[in-house]
Design a protein around this ligand. Sequence first.
Ligand code: 5RP
Length: 293
Amino acid sequence: MADTDGVTESKQFHENVPQEHDGFFLKGSNSYDWGLKNRLARIFNPASGNTVMLAFDHGYFQGPTTGLERVDLNINPLIPYADTLMLTRGILRSVIPPESNKSIVLRASGGPSILKELSDEGIAVDIEESVRLNVCAMAVQVFIGGEHEKQSILNMTKLVDLGTKYGIPVLAVTAVGKEMVRDAKYFRLATRICAELGAHYIKTYFVEDGFDTVTSCCPVPIVIAGGKKLPELDALRMASNAIAQGANGVDMGRNIFQSSAPTAMIQAVRKVVHEGASPEEAHEFYEKEAERA
Ligand code: 5RP
């Protein structure tokens, strides 16, 4: 019988030993085909190895989220500062200028609204649509421990099969139900399952305690979600700690578009993610830029 609970505290995560990834700059990605690598290299900056993804797909289950009431006005001015845009095909077609030339991570799962059971998702985009829209990855929610856990995992594996066929990576988004504990143990379980079943990279949440064990035992890159709006310095500290503990970037939404100075905030996040600025240095930059704007 396999070790099913994963709780053994004697496990060795070797947090201080980076995984070797000769041949391609991204962890665990050297054996992929050219198109898949090329798309990943448009999401992650090959110079820093990291990415600033701007996430504004929240409307796919919760409608006009605060700060996203008018994506044309709220988000379009931020586009030049993002490496990648994570969004739905509806917003992509209706609002985002094709000339913006940014890599796109397309929300590819959906179904229930906030009024229903959120884990009851299906695949909501054809692979041909992803090709047509020239996307660099497809994002799918995975609800480990959720009511429809298996269905969400099979959504992901189906997309991995299709994505691999067409050279389009899959981003598994670990969605945490209200009843689940957000700790390193849970995120090790969730991220590792997604990686084992083929996700090309994984979005998860930062945890204060043991985040380096989450990144070290996940064989593919991890990016962190921003989560609920925090004071700007705290959000920058979270990004900085995540990078220091092995994350390859952020997929941040509310902490950018709900900031009182979103353009200054996304630039400050870039400083942490790409330039290794300390949270305090980045925050000083944020305050100056916010004042100037
Ligand atoms: C929705 C998502 C969001 O893209 C994600 O939560 C990132 O946004 P935020 O930084 O606001 O948490 O995956 O399910």
